[in-house]
Ligand binder design. Structure first.
Ligand SMILES: NC(=O)c1ccc[n+]([C@@H]2O[C@H](COP(=O)([O-])OP(=O)(O)OC[C@H]3O[C@@H](n4cnc5c(N)ncnc54)[C@H](O)[C@@H]3O)[C@@H](O)[C@H]2O)c1
Length: 329
C-alpha cells in the first residue's frame, strides 16, 4: 500500500514509518514539527511533507497528487497535563485537525484511515481489563478530545456507507507505550513541562538526569499496593497498525485495544529496571496522585484474534531496549 503517516517525526509515528517500510509498503511522512524530531526527514529516508495535518486544502492537494491507499493519523497533542491547562488548544489540534484531515481524505477519495487513540478515553471506567465496548469515561481534555475523534470517525464511515462510497476506518487504542523500536531514535526523553512516562523516569534516573523516582501511592488494592498498568512495546503497536491496515475491508469501521492484558506494577517495573541497568534506582514513597486508577489493563482479544501478538511487551526487555538503544541521540 501507499501509506501517509501523520506525526511521523514523533515517537510512535517515526517507528511506524520504519516498521511499515520494512513490511514492504511505500511510506510518506508528514509532520509540522510542533513536537517530535526536527531531524526525522533526514533519518527516516522517506518522502517527507512539512505540513499541518489540519491544513485541509494543502492536505487535499497532497492526497490528490500522491494517491495514497491509506492515511495513518498519529499527529496529536498528547500531553494530559497540558490538556488540563489548555483544553481549547488540545481540542483544536486533536478534534479540529482530525475533522479537517478527514474532510480532505473524503474529498480526495482515500479508501482507508487508521487512527491513534488511547486508553485515556476510558480512563475512569473502573473495570479492568477494559473492553472496546465499555462506555467512554475520559478524565482529561486529552481523553475527551480523543473520544470525540472516535465518534467523528465512526459517523464518517457510516455516512460514507450510506452514500455508497468505499471508505473504512480503524481506531487503535494504545495502553502504555514504551521501549525503543525499529525506528532510528529510541525512546524520547521527556521535555520540561511534559507528562513523563514511568519508563522515561526510570531512564532519567539511570542516566543521572534525576536523583530518584517517586512511587505515588503504595496502598492501592493491587498485589504490592502500587499502581498496575499495561505496558506495550512500540514495535507491537506498529505491528497492530500493519495488521489492521492490511485487513480493513471496504466500508468497515472497527476499534481495537492495543495492550497485553497483563499488568506490571510500579514496584515490579523498578525491580526490572534495576536488573537491566545494574543501577540502584533510589525510590521515594509518596502519596497517591489525584485521578490515578489502581489498575488499568486491556482486553485485547479482538486484536489477537486477527493474528496480532504482543511479542515484545515484557517490561524488562522493553526497558532494556530503550536503555541499550544505539540510535541517534
Ligand atoms: N505515547 C503513548 O504512550 C501513547 C498512548 C496512547 C495513544 N497515543 C497516541 O499516539 C499518537 C502518537 O503519540 P506520540 O507519543 O508519538 O506523540 P509525539 O508527541 O511524540 O508525536 C506527535 C507528533 O505529531 C506532530 N503533530 C502534532 N500536531 C500536528 C499537526 N496538526 N500537523 C502535523 N503534525 C503534528 C508533532 O509535531 C509530533 O511530531 C498520538 O495520537 C497519541 O495520542 C500515544
Amino acid at each position: 500500500m501507499r501509506i501517509l503517516i501523520t506525526g511521523a517525526a514523533g515517537y510512535i509515528g517515526s517507528n511506524a514509518v520504519a516498521g511499515l517500510l520494512q513490511r514492504g509498503h511505500e511510506v510518506h511522512g508528514l509532520d509540522d514539527f510542533r513536537g517530535g524530531r526536527p531531524d526525522a526527514p533526514q533519518h527516516l529516508g522517506v518522502p517527507f511533507h512539512a505540513l499541518d495535518a489540519g491544513d485541509e486544502d494543502a492536505i487535499f492537494a497532497l492526497l490528490q497528487r500522491e494517491s495514497f491507499d491509506c492515511v495513518q493519523h498519529f499527529a496529536a497533542d498528547v500531553h494530559v497535563g497540558a490538556s488540563v491547562r489548555f483544553p481549547t488548544a488540545t481540542w483544536e489540534n486533536n478534534v479540529g485537525t482530525t475533522t479537517r484531515l478527514l474532510s480532505a481524505i473524503r474529498r480526495a477519495g482515500v479508501p482507508k484511515f487508521v487512527f491513534s487513540s488511547t486508553c485515556a478515553v476510558l480512563g475512569g471506567s473502573g473495570s479492568t481489563p477494559v473492553r472496546e465496548e465499555d462506555p467512554f469515561k475520559p478524565m482529561s481534555p486529552y481523553g475527551s478530545s480523543k473520544a470525540a475523534c472516535e465518534r467523528l470517525i465512526e459517523e464518517t464511515v457510516h455516512a460514507a456507507n450510506a452514500a455508497g462510497d468505499n471508505f473504512s476506518a480503524a481506531i487503535l487504542r494504545y495502553f502504555n507505550v514504551c521501549g525503543a523500536g525499529s525506528g532510528p531514535f529510541g525512546e524520547p526523553v521527556a521535555g520540561s513541562g511534559q507528562d513523563v512516562r514511568l519508563s522515561q523516569v526510570l531512564l532519567d534516573v539511570v542516566h543521572g538526569r534525576r536523583e530518584h523516582m517517586t512511587i505515588f501511592g503504595t496502598d492501592y488494592p493491587t498485589p504490592d499496593g502500587t499502581c498496575v498498568r499495561d505496558y506495550i512495546h512500540v514495535d507491537d503497536v506498529v505491528d497492530a497498525h500493519a495488521i489492521v491496515g492490511d485487513r480493513l475491508e471496504p466500508g468497515q469501521w472497527c476499534r481495537y485495544h492495543v495492550g497485553t492484558g497483563k499488568g506490571t506494577s510500579v514496584q515490579q517495573a523498578v525491580l526490572a529496571a534495576r536488573q537491566a541497568s545494574r543501577h540502584p534506582i533510589p525510590v521515594i514513597l509518596g502519596d497517591r496522585r489525584p485521578g490515578d486508577a489502581g489498575s488499568v489493563m486491556a482486553d485485547s482479544r479482538s486484536l489477537q484474534a486477527l493474528g496480532w501478538t504482543p511479542a515484545h511487551s515484557n517490561f524488562a526487555s522493553m526497558f532494556a531496549s530503550a536503555l541499550n538503544h544505539p540510535g541517534v541521540e
